[in-house]
Design a protein around this ligand. Structure first.
Ligand code: NAD
Ligand code: HE2
Length: 254
């Protein structure tokens, strides 16, 4: 998908990975970038507007843990204004294995509910135009950081959900792919709580190994958007972009 002249909704577009990716998206000249985020940062929005005055950047406060009906109401406001939306990016995530329910609510249920809400506007079975969903999951969805099992499992769940969305595309008209960053230097990764304190030094230990910058991640994120490959499982690690092959161990045959 060429980003130029498209309408994009970016949930969590102001976070560490999110804001660098928002910058790279704005540079590519979409018609509208609508940022939904729990954090409000008017200076960041102003910076995006100044980066490319041809792009209309708007912000709505949004918490992915709200009921689907509330999300649908917000999306109706956006669709009434834009008429069409080409891409939804679901990027919200927390990393704190002390917060078990909230981790699942944000990282998995929030992704599912936001996706479910936009289907009302896109589902071709209801006469919708279809659309594209990019879900930010994680390499920990492939193989866990087992000291943060709740976070890792929430990312595995989001990845599985995204893979199913892609298989359902012939029915819904909505395609999907996952964005799976490796360890990326952002506020998320500095201090984190391991499950039951099994490893108090988990962040320190992880950061002893090579990582990538959020800019490197963002630049590869845009390449994945432009590739627009339904069902792709994109690994964005150590400054590289790779579509990984998912190993099949069982087939439902339906
Ligand atoms: N940094 C990494 O190493 C890494 C690696 C793989 C995946 N990820 C994922 O990338 C995404 C961004 O992470 P980041 O590293 O930029 O961290 P970050 O903490 O800088 O950003 C997290 C973003 O999610 C938003 N968010 C959190 N809870 C929310 C809620 N309830 N409703 C709406 N938005 C909410 C925050 O406001 C922020 O914009 C997350 O999903 C994270 O799991 C990060
Ligand atoms: C430092 C731990 C960062 C882990 C985020 C992987 O999704």
């Amino acid at each position: 998908m060429a980003i130029a002249n498209k309408n994009i909704i970016f949930v969590a577009g102001l976070g560490g990975i999110g804001f660098d990716t928002s910058r790279e998206i704005v540079k590519s000249g979409p018609k509208n970038l609508v940022i939904l985020d729990r954090i409000e940062n008017p200076a960041a929005i102003a910076e995006l507007k100044a980066l490319n005055p041809k792009v209309t950047v708007t912000f709505y406060p949004y918490d992915v843990t709200v009921p689907v009906a509330e999300t649908t109401k917000l999306l109706k406001t956006i669709f009434d204004k834009l008429k069409t939306v080409d891409l939804l990016i679901n990027g919200a995530g927390i990393l704190d294995d002390y917060q078990i329910e909230r981790t699942i609510a944000v990282n998995f249920t929030g992704t599912v509910n936001t996706t479910t809400a936009i289907m009302s506007f896109w589902d071709k079975r209801k006469g919708g135009p279809g659309g594209v969903i990019a879900n930010i999951c994680s390499v920990t969805g492939f193989n866990a950081i087992y000291q943060v099992p709740v976070y890792s499992a929430s990312k595995a769940a989001a990845l599985s959900f995204t893979n199913s969305l892609a298989k359902l595309a012939p029915i819904t008209g909505v395609t999907a792919y996952s964005i799976n960053p490796g360890i990326t230097k952002t506020p998320l990764v500095h201090k984190l709580n391991s499950w039951l304190d099994v490893e108090p030094r988990v962040a320190e230990l992880l950061l002893e190994h090579p990582t990538q910058t959020s800019l490197e991640c963002a630049q590869n994120f845009v390449k994945a958007i432009e590739a627009n490959q339904n069902g792709a499982i994109w690994k964005l690690d150590l400054g590289t972009l790779e579509a990984i092959e998912w190993t099949k161990h069982w087939d439902s045959h339906i």
